[in-house]
Write a protein that binds this ligand. Structure first.
Ligand code: TAP
Length: 483
């Protein structure tokens, strides 16, 4: 596929170069500081072109067992015994190495996952480094974090992550675990293993003691073998609600600690007194960031009736300018859909939206010929009962409804099995307080959307999961705290 097969929205292509690093033909598993062959391998592809990028190990029960044993040994003999300040130094080193190799990580993330280079370069990679920096600082200050308490690590942590923020999710999980003195076995998602494997190479370079971080690639069964392993003391899972529920069931009665970060269906609420142009940018960022493959995406828009027509018109005008195309092109706003399975799921839900009577609109621009693409899409005339309003689509699809009073907005926004995030746009501070207090969501943004920071706890209510990651609350979930 040539660059001309992609669209650049009328701009000349501005491609990020991909010639400053190599992706190996195949990768083994990273266990106990060594590269270990798996009995089988699976391919990972570029969703923008369909080409196979590499083959990675498919870890089975045997390899998962080997990784957990390596993590246990490293925990008992090295990591839990090491002075906390020394542990912190390793985290700082990893953070700096991520910064040094930021361009490589950004490009690999975009090639393997489909996200626009502007996002991987400006959000995923800097935030991944920030998570290591932040938690490095806490490593020798845990007694101040939880003043008056006795703080101890938990042990071996099994971590399973999804494909929408592969490197960031790895950092988000590994950094606090290590800072608190635990060792980890991490399972990246099947469709996006490459940045986790690049991270394993970086970990080797950092001189981190063998077995402190183990990375086992594979499929759902690999994740299952990890979370069900009897010698794992804590499970940290980010993924779908369906799998999260199955994991929780499997852990019942085992005494394992766990945090589950699951799906979402956030309400983004725009009042008539909101700064409309900024709100439109916030709506676009809320739903089209990372192709809508975002757990906290603002996928339900509630607009006050008096301004609904105006907002929808401005939104459509803005959507006409969004460039769908080559993830490596700096002009691109919306990259490739992560996998053909996810593309099929989005198409199916959009079809159901039309069938149920909602009214679909898409901008006039095209999408590239090959690869997995879906145009930014909005639906009006939606009802609360529609599938596109109730279910997580995890794609660039927005369902719009109107409201008249703040109470109506709250009632509609809270009418969901999820409770991860939400947004409020208004000029009035009092309305912000009323709405943020009334929304059943773990994170609520006011006059902005999709802002992340390692100091800020993130997590959901109801079917969006249990526990928090980030900030002091996230740190607490990786420690045993006794008074
Ligand atoms: P899942 O299908 O649930 O997969 C997540 C991870 O779990 C993948 O690594 C997957 O492996 C693995 N897995 C699959 N079956 C498993 C099992 N039975 N036991 C243990 N692990 C298993 O989710 P996804 O489609 O990758 O990710 C999208 C979902 O993640 C969305 O619902 C999204 O909202 C949620 N998400 C939530 C958050 C937060 S913070 N709440 C953040 C990001 C994403 P394979 O890849 O090999 O299937």
């Amino acid at each position: 596929m040539s660059n001309n097969d992609f669209l650049s929205g009328g701009f000349s292509p501005a491609l990020e170069s991909a010639d400053h690093f190599t992706i190996k033909k195949s990768y083994d598993l990273f266990i106990g500081g060594k590269w270990v062959k798996a009995a089988k391998q699976i391919p990972t592809t570029n969703p923008a072109t369909g080409e196979t990028l590499s083959k990675v190990g498919l870890a089975g029960k045997k390899e998962v067992n080997q990784a957990v044993r390596a993590a246990r040994k490293a925990y008992d003999k090295v990591w839990s015994q090491m002075p906390a300040a020394e542990r912190g130094k390793y985290l700082y080193r990893i953070a700096r190495l991520i910064q040094e190799r930021a361009r490589e990580f950004a490009v690999v993330e975009s090639i393997d996952g489909g996200k626009p280079i502007r996002e991987s370069r400006d959000i995923d990679v800097p935030l991944a480094a920030a998570h290591f920096f932040y938690h490095a600082g806490w490593a020798d200050k845990l007694n101040f974090a939880f003043a008056g308490a006795k703080v101890a690590p938990i042990g071996v942590v099994g971590q399973v992550i999804p494909w929408n923020f592969p490197l960031l999710m790895a950092a988000w999980k590994i950094a606090p675990a290590l800072a608190c003195g635990n060792t980890v076995v991490l399972k990246p998602a099947e469709t996006t293993p490459l940045t986790a494997l690049k991270l394993a190479e970086l970990i080797e370079d950092s001189g981190l003691p063998a077995g402190v971080i183990n990375i086992v690639t594979g499929a759902g069964e690999t994740g299952q073998a990890l979370v069900e392993h009897p010698d794992v003391d804590k499970v940290a899972f980010t993924g779908s609600t369906t799998v999260g529920k199955a994991i929780r069931r499997s852990m019942a009665g085992t005494g394992k600690r766990f945090t589950l970060e699951l799906g979402g269906k956030a309400a983004n609420i725009v009042f008539e007194d909101a700064p409309i142009n900024e709100a439109v940018e916030g709506i676009v960022n809320g739903i089209f960031f990372n192709q809508g493959h975002v757990c906290c995406a603002g996928s339900r828009l509630y607009v006050q009736e008096s301004i609904a027509k105006k907002v929808i018109k401005k939104l459509q005008k803005r959507m006409e300018t969004l460039v769908v195309g080559n993830p490596l092109d700096k002009n691109t706003d919306i990259g490739a859909i992560n996998s053909t399975e996810q593309l099929e799921r989005i198409k199916k839900l959009v079809k159901d939206g039309k069938k149920e009577g909602a009214c679909m609109w898409q901008p006039s621009g095209g999408v590239p010929r090959k690869g997995n693409w879906f145009k930014p899409t909005l639906f009006t005339e939606c009802a609360q009962s529609h599938r596109i309003v109730q279910e997580e689509i995890f794609g660039p699809v927005l369902a719009i409804q109107t409201f008249r009073t703040p109470q109506e907005a709250l009632t509609k926004a809270n009418n969901t099995p999820y409770g991860l995030s939400g947004g409020v746009w208004t000029d009035k501070g009092s309305k912000i307080f009323k709405m943020t207090a009334g929304l059943n969501a773990g994170v609520v943004w006011a006059n902005t959307f999709n802002k992340f920071d390692p100091t800020s706890p993130f997590g959901g209510y109801k079917e969006s999961g249990i526990g928090r990651e980030g900030g002091l609350q996230g740190l607490a979930s990786y420690c045993q705290i006794s008074h």
